[in-house]
Design a protein around this ligand. Structure first.
Ligand SMILES: Nc1nc2c(c(=O)[nH]1)N[C@H]1C(S)=C(S)[C@@H](COP(=O)(O)OP(=O)(O)OC[C@H]3O[C@@H](n4cnc5c(=O)[nH]c(N)nc54)[C@H](O)[C@@H]3O)O[C@H]1N2
Ligand SMILES: Nc1nc2c(c(=O)[nH]1)N[C@H]1C(S)=C(S)[C@@H](COP(=O)(O)OP(=O)(O)OC[C@H]3O[C@@H](n4cnc5c(=O)[nH]c(N)nc54)[C@H](O)[C@@H]3O)O[C@H]1N2
Ligand SMILES: [Mo]
Length: 711
């Protein structure tokens, strides 16, 4: 928007027009650095939405999704009243009921189930929605349960585990610390993380070199990369090990740093020595000269920041792929210095903002000792050791098999069957449960399996505190009143707490009181942020001083940075988890003759967030049909042309969609976006094909076949 247009817009507001500008936050996408909104409200309706100029992350700008906020919030399929199922599970046969009836029924059913089968037989789940997590965890604890779980069982947590394994703590790239080399491994920030993308752009403008490593030809490869490496899907570990091997063979590693801070260098050196340049080129498809350049730059340009993003952990061996990449920071000594990677100290809702709160205490102080394993604990012991959540990916299995004990109810805040690999199996599991309730903005496939469905508010309709790096607190009040009969999720939890665990007075007291408890050392700031409704710098903010973490000693078992994990070594050998980040061929087990392609699902598009954009008309118009990317060579060989109807199938399922012939895809590989109801990528992905370290599904690597359908 030009300056002139902005001035015109600002003039729109005022007593003459009856338009008021309210501040809010865009909650359509990633909960990290969200974007501030100016919402133009007239007669209680949002009539125009634009970026908030004073907001630190977006400075007045909005992406495609943000610009479609109004259409998102006013989507036609918003749930309008609480609903009760009267027909079969999976049918649309529901009748409206009052909030009182809905809440009383839920409380009664959950109490009965707790009484009959124990509190652990209720699974508490939240999807991509992250602002409600401290409350849901506490509700699960106060109810007496342990099976709190989230979509982070498939999102970022495996990467965090990998960091914690090596460093004892999660680590983030320090883009503000003037890195001279940035390695974006599986990273396309223009689409996934606009704000991080700006950090890349600024670093490049300041003269940093950039390496992008991606299985697809992306915007980042095009606009940012000084060197672009394009490995075959699932071969990143080989690439990382080959780079490490070359560095070590040439003595380019930072030996002084390794001697002082690193554990397991000899074991690691032995492992990577198997990956010479020739082997690496054969497996990854990356030319030897490019691997050599990458090794030279990574060891010689300082400071360097080498970080993978989540795409890399959505693999059968994804946890190790993340570890393998981070090991390169270690051997080059690029740790805990400005412009490298720095430790993260969470403030609130998984964001490190530079001050501390009592969030952990709030979430966990009402928990009781566990008497049975959490869901997933027996299958994924490392996940269990490193996180306090149950592993969601094991929920359908446990429901269906009833082992090690039966699950009888699902309490879901934003559940979408599409998140789960093999959604058919999840639906089957839902059919078996005695009771399900779901809160959502929209009427989804999952809602049809619930007994009670509750309508909840969008971010425009609720109060919400966000904390961001740099000590920023942003506490928004509702820009518009809740649409229809919706209430916000935390209000729903508070009402349930009053009925299920009234002794938990704090939870029963509601959102703001809980915040006052968690932020009790920053009360003045909290109230100030609430009062002004503007981004507020917390007075307790202290910038992290690089080097402090290493000086105090890493929080690992050995007190060193672990290339070889002592934690994994302690895990029962029957699980076959390796203390080193080992490579194996993730395509094994399926017949390459029958399934000659490797499929990657869910590399992001600018107009979609999971299932959220596909039903928003403006966003849908940018890609009206589900499409699978296929290389021109493969398309030609199969007689497939742009826009042809194709059948895509794996051992697990099949979907029907259109072909998008593009050089974005390498030969032998296919890509498609998830979250379409009519062609759901997850239908192709098996539930039992999970990373044994993390329990993560292999969204981004599976064998499949494609054929043209008759017109
Ligand atoms: N527009 C948009 N933005 C989003 C989201 C969205 O749905 N839409 N989702 C948000 C969420 S929940 C998440 S978790 C993040 C995810 O965002 P990211 O963590 O960045 O993950 P992806 O977009 O899956 O992958 C990023 C890049 O990695 C590449 N890639 C995938 N697998 C591999 C691999 O094995 N090796 C290599 N070298 N490259 C690989 C992909 O081609 C892609 O270009 O994005 C967030 N941002
Ligand atoms: N095939 C494939 N599958 C994937 C991925 C992939 O790359 N490929 N990516 C995975 C990743 S990284 C992630 S993070 C997951 C995300 O997967 P999900 O968690 O399923 O994400 P969404 O579909 O965005 O949101 C879940 C539900 O929450 C609802 N919702 C939105 N806002 C609110 C709210 O404020 N309150 C409540 N109660 N509900 C709300 C939405 O309408 C939706 O029905 O998907 C995973 N699934
Ligand atoms: Mo995610």
């Amino acid at each position: 928007m030009t300056k002139q247009e902005k001035q015109m817009c600002a003039k729109l507001a005022g007593p003459e027009t009856g338009i008021e500008i309210k501040h809010s936050v865009c909650d359509i996408c990633t909960p990290g650095p969200q974007c501030g909104l100016n919402v133009y409200v007239k007669d209680g309706k949002a009539i125009k939405i634009e970026g908030m100029p004073e907001f630190p992350s977006n400075r007045g700008k909005l992406c495609t999704k943000g610009a479609a906020n109004r259409q998102y919030v006013y989507r036609e399929d918003r749930i309008k009243t609480p609903m009760k199922r009267v027909g079969e599970r999976g049918s649309d046969d529901f009748v409206p009921i009052s909030w009182e009836e809905a809440l009383d029924t839920i409380a009664q059913k959950l109490s009965e189930i707790r009484e009959a089968y124990g509190p652990e037989s209720v699974a508490w789940f939240t999807g991509y929605t992250k602002w409600i997590r401290p409350w849901l965890r506490r509700l699960c604890n106060s109810f007496g349960g342990h099976n709190y779980m989230t979509e982070s069982s498939t999102c970022f947590r495996s990467g965090r585990m990998a960091n914690e394994t090596i460093f004892g703590r999660d680590m983030r790239g320090d883009l503000m610390g003037r890195p001279q080399l940035l390695v974006g491994w599986a990273c396309n920030p223009y689409i996934n993380a606009y704000v991080m993308g700006q950090g890349f752009v600024r670093a490049k403008e300041a003269g940093a070199k950039i390496i992008i490593i991606d299985v697809r030809h992306t915007q980042a490869a095009e606009k940012l990369a000084d060197l672009f490496l394009r490995p075959r899907i699932g071969t990143d570990i080989v690439l990382a090990h080959a780079i490490a091997n070359l560095i070590i063979q040439n003595g380019w590693q930072d030996q002084a740093f390794i001697d002082q801070y690193v554990h397991g260098f000899e074991e690691y050196r032995n492992m990577v020595s198997a990956y010479d340049l020739e082997t690496a080129e054969r497996i990854t498809g990356v030319p030897q000269k490019d691997i050599r350049t990458a090794a030279e730059w990574m060891s010689q340009i300082k400071p360097a920041c080498i970080t993978p993003s989540n795409g890399i952990v959505h693999h059968i061996n994804g946890y190790n792929a993340h570890r393998a990449v981070m090991c390169l920071d270690l051997i080059t000594g690029n740790v805990d210095k400005p412009g490298t990677i720095l430790p993260v100290y969470d403030t609130y809702c998984d964001i490190g903002s530079g001050f501390s709160t009592y969030e952990e205490e709030f979430m966990n102080e009402t928990s009781t000792p566990k008497t049975v394993p959490q869901i997933g604990e027996e299958r994924f012991p490392l996940w269990n050791r490193m996180t306090s959540d149950a592993q969601t990916m094991d929920l359908p299995r446990q429901v269906l098999e009833g082992k090690p004990y039966e699950i009888h109810a699902l309490a879901a805040f934003g559940v979408n069957t599409m998140i789960f690999p093999e959604p058919g199996k999840f639906r089957e599991a839902m059919k078996k449960l005695d009771f399900i309730f779901a809160t959502d903005l929209f009427w989804t496939d999952a809602c049809k399996y619930a007994d009670i469905v509750l309508p909840v508010c969008s971010s425009l309709e609720r109060s919400e505190l966000k904390c961001y790096p740099g000590g920023v607190m942003y506490y928004v009040s509702p820009a518009i009143a809740p649409l229809y009969e919706s209430r916000d999720d935390v209000e729903v939890m508070t009402e349930l707490a009053k009925r299920l665990c009234p002794e938990d007075k704090l939870l029963c007291a509601g959102y703001h009181e809980s915040l006052r408890y968690m932020f009790r050392d920053e009360l003045e700031d909290l109230e100030k942020a609430r009062e002004t409704g503007m981004p507020h710098r917390c007075s307790k903010f202290k910038p992290y001083i690089p080097g402090t973490y290493l000086k105090n000693g890493p929080e690992t078992k050995t007190g060193k940075l672990e290339l070889y994990s002592e934690l994994i070594r302690e895990i029962d050998p029957d699980y076959h988890l390796d203390p080193l980040p080992v490579y194996y061929d993730g395509n094994r087990g399926t017949d390459p003759e029958k399934y000659p392609f490797v499929l990657m699902t869910g590399a992001r598009l600018p107009n979609t967030i999971h299932s959220r954009g596909h039903k928003v008309p403006w966003l849908r118009s940018l890609r009206p049909d589900p499409m699978v990317d296929i290389s021109p060579e493969d398309a030609r060989a199969l007689g497939i042309r742009q826009g042809d109807k194709v059948r895509l199938y794996s051992e697990t399922g099949e979907i029907h969609l259109l072909a998008n012939v593009t050089e974005v895809a390498s030969q032998g590989e296919l890509h498609l976006i998830h979250g379409y109801e009519e062609a759901n990528a997850s239908d192709l992905i098996a539930t039992d094909y999970l990373d044994p370290y993390s329990g993560f599904p292999s969204y981004k690597q599976l064998r499949c076949a494609i054929e043209k359908e008759d017109a």
